[in-house]
Design a protein around this ligand. Structure first.
Ligand code: S3P
Length: 447
């Protein structure tokens, strides 16, 4: 539905956001391979996570929901009618992770998705899965995929794209097939699969490559910095790896919180978010807020189910532009649309590079962001692999398009709070993909 958006005078307060979507997907999908129940505390009720929950149900997992706690009890044996169709909706995480799981199982499954998901690239998982020996029938690199599971071969792979979905797809394939796997990451991506397996599985080992000081061969009195490998991380899964099961306490989703923290950043207000996920592979947005001029305070830090969390207070200030590229862009993969909104209100020109992955998200997020920014009077250039956004103060309300993408809808709904005059968003229902509570939460801290 089209929604009217009005401007806000002040932003501030305390809130908590729904559970982390990435962690929730993994709890639901790993339960299919588990030997004992997986209890997911604070499982979010959004469309993407429902797609993984319903997929698990189709695999015979018994699901009981008590408020926000979902218990996934796995079947004693994986049995499914041949060529059963699983609808992954809009969720690429569901489709890509399940593709791996099925490829290494003894099942034959068809994975389908909505119009947007059917345009998203699947070659990135199909190619390595085929190298492992998987039988995958695709539509020119897209869904629907028909996968005939079989015993896969031990595999070593250096990930050519920085993608936690590809990494996790291969881990699930190896787990399902009980074959060994070595993965090399050049750019570190979110590690929730590894953390969950360390928490309630066995057989995974990780080597993170960190620079170290070694004696200088030319002058042993001196030391010099050395990086022992030309990659960042090695993940090894032994052929005897297992998923047992247990309780996963899911912290608040930092990618959802980013929209609210950014509202505080632009308004100069103070916002506190409790029980927020602070996994270091996800906190680039916190660093970014500090870099552009916000004060960020973190309290009550602790780790539950292997996942760090804490209470984060953001106080906005005059914002300044900052160049974003390389690993930083990868770390902000889901936050670039809202980072672009903050850039529009910052002093100076923000350049975002190395952001080609944004073109293959729920929509082309570079095009969508640029089009909507221009509607509010912002000078925004589309670069070959990013955006150049000229910041400023006078911004007009506009009729925004969501492009069927939840993060575009949320980003421009936040922008609308600070524009001169009313705005609209063409389809507010799309926020339900990751945060159906979005507009209610927004209302709790704007005046
Ligand atoms: C996700 C990984 C990222 C991210 C997506 C969720 C995950 O995608 O953008 O929202 O849960 O593994 P890529 O793996 O395509 O980078």
């Amino acid at each position: 539905m089209k929604r009217k958006l009005t401007s806000a005078k002040k932003v501030g307060g305390t809130l908590s956001v729904p559970g982390d979507k990435s962690i929730a997907h993994r709890a639901a999908l790993l339960s299919i391979l588990a030997s004992e129940p997986v209890v997911a505390v604070n499982y979010p009720d959004n469309l993407d996570c429902r797609a993984s929950l319903e997929a698990a149900r189709k695999f015979g997992v018994v699901i009981e929901r008590n408020r926000n706690t979902v218990t996934f009890t796995p079947p004693s044996q994986l049995e499914l009618p041949a060529d059963i169709i699983i609808d992954c909706g809009n969720s690429a995480t569901t489709a890509r992770l399940l593709a791996g799981l099925v490829a290494g199982s003894n099942l034959s499954v068809i994975l389908a998705g909505d119009e947007s998901l059917s345009t998203r690239p699947m070659k990135r998982i199909i190619d390595p899965l085929r190298e492992m020996g998987a039988e995958v029938f695709d539509q020119d690199g897209h869904l629907p995929l028909k996968i005939e599971g079989k015993k896969l071969l031990p595999f070593e792979y250096r990930l050519p794209v920085a993608s936690a979905q590809v990494k996790s797809s291969l881990i699930l394939a190896a787990l399902a097939s009980k074959c060994s796997l070595t993965l090399i990451e050049d750019i570190i991506t979110r590690d929730h699969t590894e953390i969950m397996l360390a928490h309630f599985g066995e057989g995974l080992s990780i080597r993170e490559i960190k620079p170290m000081m070694i004696p200088d061969p030319h002058d042993p009195r001196k030391k010099r910095m050395s990086v022992p490998e030309d990659f960042k991380k090695e993940i090894k899964l032994a052929s005897h790896s297992v998923v047992r099961g247990g309780t996963v306490d899911i912290p608040g989703d930092i990618s959802t919180a980013a929209f609210f923290m950014s509202a505080a950043a632009i308004s100069g207000g103070t916002l506190t978010i409790e029980n927020l996920g602070l996994n270091p592979t996800r906190t680039s947005v916190v660093e970014h807020l500090k870099n552009i001029g916000c004060r960020v305070e973190i309290r009550d830090k602790n780790i539950l189910s292997g996942e760090p969390r804490g209470t984060v207070t953001v106080t906005g200030g005059p914002l300044k532009a900052r160049k974003i590229s390389g690993d930083t862009t990868a770390g902000l993969i889901d936050e670039i649309p809202i980072v672009a909104i903050m850039a529009a209100f910052a002093e100076g020109t923000t350049i975002i590079r190395d952001a080609n992955e944004l073109k293959v998200k729920e929509c082309d997020r570079l095009e969508a962001t640029a089009a909507n920014l221009r509607k509010m009077g912002v000078k925004c250039g589309l670069l070959e692999d990013g955006l150049a956004i000229e910041g400023g103060e006078e911004r007009n309300g506009a009729d925004f398009e969501s492009f069927g993408d939840h993060r575009i809808a949320m980003a421009f709904s936040v922008a609308a709070l600070f524009l001169d005059g009313p705005s609209t968003i063409d389809d507010d229902s799309t926020v339900a993909v990751s945060c159906p509570e979005f507009y209610n939460l927004l209302e709790t801290f704007i005046q």
